[in-house]
Design a protein around this ligand. Structure first.
Ligand SMILES: NC(=O)c1ccc[n+]([C@@H]2O[C@H](COP(=O)([O-])OP(=O)(O)OC[C@H]3O[C@@H](n4cnc5c(N)ncnc54)[C@H](OP(=O)(O)O)[C@@H]3O)[C@@H](O)[C@H]2O)c1
Ligand SMILES: [Zn+2]
Length: 340
C-alpha cells in the first residue's frame, strides 16, 4: 500500500509517497481501507519539526489522526466491527487501566496519546476505536469530525455553553474554530469570531457566525468584541496574546476553554483580573468516543454539516499542508484515497 509520509520535518515539501507492506491486524485490531483522512494543525506541527512527539529517528513518519473508510480485515475474536463496515476512527489512545480510564472521562487518561497513520491507503487500528457510520454519512464528511469537531464539542460542554449564551471564538475560520461556531449555533448560542482575513469571514455567516471581526491587533479586537457584549464562554485554540484577550472578553464568572497554542505557547495574564472577576480557565484535550458517536448522529440527523474547504488526493497531501500553513482555508482539509 501507499502512504503519504513525512520524509523530512521541513514543512509541506517534506511529504513523500512511500510503499509499505499491506498491514495485517494483530490481536484486537482491524485494518481499514482509508477513503478519507482530514489533516489538523497537530500534523503540521510535526511536519514543521515543532512537536516533541516525532524526531529524525522516527522518519519517514506517517501522520493522520482522522481516518474514515471501510473495514478490510479484523483479527480473530474481534466482534466490534466486521469486514465491509463503514467506519470513522476515534484517534484517542488510552491505557484502559488508569483511574480515568476506569472512572471517565477517558480523555483524561494518564497515558493519553493519539493514533497516527491515517495518511495512507490502509490503517491498522484498534477495532474498538472504530465508530460505525450510518449510510447517510459519507466517509469524507466523517473524516472531518474526530479531532476538530470532537475537541470543540468537548470544550463547549466543559464551558457549559447553553442557549442564548454569547461564545467568543478567536480564530474562527480553522478546523476547531469553525467547529466551535457551528456547534455553538446548534446549541442555540450566539457567536463572535475573529480572523485576519475578510474574505474568509465572508464565508462564516453562512456557517452560523453572528458577529465577524477582522483584525490581528489584540487591542482593536478587544474593543470590537466588547462592542458585541460580554461573552459567557470563550473557545480558545490560539494561546499567546489571545489568552488575555479571551479573559477580557468574558463576563464575570465566565468560562474559557483552552486547547491550543497556535499564537504562542506562553501567555501573560492579569491575575487580579482573573480572581476578582471569578473567571475560569479550563484546559481541554480531544473528547470521548461517546461524544464522537453523538457527532456522527448529529450529522446523520441533518443537525450538523461539517465544513470541508477542499479535498486532496493522497498524492497531493503536501499541497493540503501548504494550504493550512498559508492560512488559505475555511474549515477542514481532507485527503482522500480511492484504494478500496
Ligand atoms: N488539545 C487538543 O485536543 C486539540 C485538538 C485540536 C486542535 N488543537 C489545537 O488547536 C489549534 C487549532 O487547530 P486546527 O487544526 O483547528 O488549526 P487550523 O485549522 O490551522 O486553524 C486555523 C485558524 O487559526 C488561525 N491562526 C493561524 N495562525 C495564527 C496566528 N499565528 N495567530 C492567530 N491566529 C492564527 C487562523 O486565523 P486566520 O483566519 O486569521 O488565518 C484560523 O482561524 C492548534 O493549536 C491545535 O494544535 C488542540
Ligand atoms: Zn488510562
Amino acid at each position: 500500500m501507499r502512504a503519504a509520509a513525512f520524509a523530512e520535518l521541513t514543512g509541506p515539501d517534506g511529504v513523500e509517497m512511500v510503499d509499505r507492506p499491506d498491514p495485517d491486524p494483530d490481536s484486537g485490531e482491524a485494518v481499514v481501507d482509508v477513503e478519507a483522512c482530514s489533516i489538523n494543525r497537530h500534523d503540521l506541527w510535526i511536519l514543521q519539526g515543532d512537536s516533541a512527539m516525532v524526531d529524525a529517528d522516527d522518519l519517514p513518519f506517517v501522520s493522520g489522526l482522522d481516518a474514515a473508510g471501510t473495514v478490510r480485515a479484523v483479527a480473530d475474536g474481534v466482534t466490534a466491527v466486521d469486514p465491509g463496515d463503514r467506519v470513522v476512527l476515534c484517534p484517542n489512545e488510552t491505557c484502559g487501566t488508569c483511574r480515568f480510564c476506569r472512572e471517565g472521562p477517558e480523555n483524561l487518561c494518564e497515558n493519553f496519546s493519539l493514533y497516527h497513520g491515517g495518511l495512507a491507503e490502509q490503517a491498522r487500528v484498534r477495532a474498538d476505536r472504530l465508530v460505525s457510520l450510518p449510510d447517510s454519512v459519507d466517509t469524507t464528511t466523517a473524516a472531518a469530525l474526530p479531532t476538530a469537531y470532537l475537541t470543540a464539542f468537548h470544550m463547549l460542554r466543559k464551558a457549559e455553553v447553553g442557549a442564548n449564551d454569547l461564545v467568543f471564538v478567536p480564530g474562527a475560520t480553522g478546523g476547531v474554530g469553525v467547529a466551535a461556531v457551528q456547534l455553538a449555533d446548534a446549541l442555540g448560542a450566539r457567536t463572535v469570531g475573529t480572523s485576519s482575513s475578510a474574505s474568509k469571514l465572508d464565508r462564516m455567516e453562512a456557517l452560523g457566525l453572528d458577529h465577524a471581526i477582522e483584525g490581528t491587533d489584540p487591542d482593536e479586537l478587544r474593543e470590537a468584541v466588547e462592542r458585541v457584549g460580554p461573552a459567557d464562554a470563550v473557545v480558545n485554540h490560539l494561546g499567546g496574546e489571545y489568552t488575555q484577550l479571551g479573559l477580557d472578553a468574558l463576563r464575570r464568572g465566565g468560562r474559557m476553554a483552552v486547547c491550543g497554542r497556535t499564537a504562542g505557547r506562553y501567555s501573560e495574564i492579569d491575575i487580579p483580573h482573573l480572581f476578582l472577576k471569578h473567571k475560569h480557565v479550563i484546559g481541554s484535550t480531544m473528547g470521548t468516543q461517546t461524544e464522537l458517536e453523538r457527532l456522527v448522529g448529529l450529522v446523520a440527523d441533518g443537525e450538523l454539516a461539517p465544513e470541508i474547504d477542499e479535498t486532496y488526493p493522497l498524492e497531493e497531501t503536501g499541497e493540503a499542508f501548504r494550504a493550512m500553513e498559508e492560512r488559505e482555508s475555511v474549515g477542514k482539509l481532507v485527503v482522500t484515497s480511492d484504494s478500496a
